[in-house]
Design a protein around this ligand. Sequence first.
Ligand SMILES: [Zn+2]
Length: 377
Amino acid sequence: MSEPGNVVSDAPAIDGGAPARAPVTFLDGTSSRRREVSLRLADRCEILDGEELIASWPYADIRRADGPAGTLRAMCVSAPLLARLEIRDPALAADLEHRCPSLDADLPGAKGVAVIVGWSVAALVSIVLMVLFVVPLVADRLTPLIPYAVEKRIGEVADKQVKVIFDGKQCDNPAGMAAFRKLVDMLRQAGDVDATADATVISNEIANAIALPGGKIYVFEGLLAKAENVDELAGVLAHELGHVKNRDGLRNLIYNGGTSFLIGLLFGDVTGSSAIIFASRELFQASHSREAERTADQTTIDIMRKLGRSPKPMGEFLLRVTGKEKGKGLALISSHPLSEDRLARMSQQDQAPTAPPLLTAAEWGALKAICKSPSKS
Ligand SMILES: [Zn+2]
């Protein structure tokens, strides 16, 4: 072992008194550059890049930092916070450890770190609470304050996007359109839904229906094709009218915007975190929109019963379309009620029809063929 003041290294000295290269790496804490350095353990721990003295750390200020096994990683309380020495030579590491009386003492900043962690957890909790409780409240309170004209404008933007996505393939067979319009008007009047609610059938095989802010409802051909009678389709349309009546599209927009903003604050605007943002939002949104779904289902029950029909076929229809869901583990994050639960609720409200079918057999036939071009005669 070298005497104090000399270069401490097991590597052979290249020439006489010059510091030998030792497997030591230095990060100065201000740049990301890693430098191969040598150490001279004199009155202080001197760090040399070639001949140049680039730093010197008092032994009393050196602390152990977390590092991989077999490496002594050291920091210095009087050096920049992120400055590090990495010593892979066991003998050199042992020599340095021997000279540092406070190597394993508590870092003066440790309490500060604990405080920062505490505040970070508090910030996380408050953002989660905001997402869970405040944002839905704000969305609920804000929605009725937004003038209908503004919602209509927002709806037009959303409508344009939907038209682009689905290539604007609106089904317009005249006889089908007449039957569809008759059905929608009947439901709208029974549900006391604003005349701005407006439904269209889109030629696309997905089995779904959506309600946009501003009152536009889209029924996709895939859903229409699976409907076996008027009551099934009427129940779905009534449900979407419920969303329009409750302004759920606008509320969701405010809710999603607020949630994205807060989760963005939490995770930063890093591309890699967008999956986390998406997943969190889906999770947070679930409980919120389940409530909206229940309310829209209530509109179906009210409208169908008012028209002297049963809401039960809609429950059966959705179960048929989505398949059995119980046991799939989706209940927690599903944004809609389980179809089984929905059917159970609709079945409770079942009643024998007290009014004739909402459309005649001929009208229903025409509606089913709304996406077919009119037969040439
Ligand atoms: Zn819905």
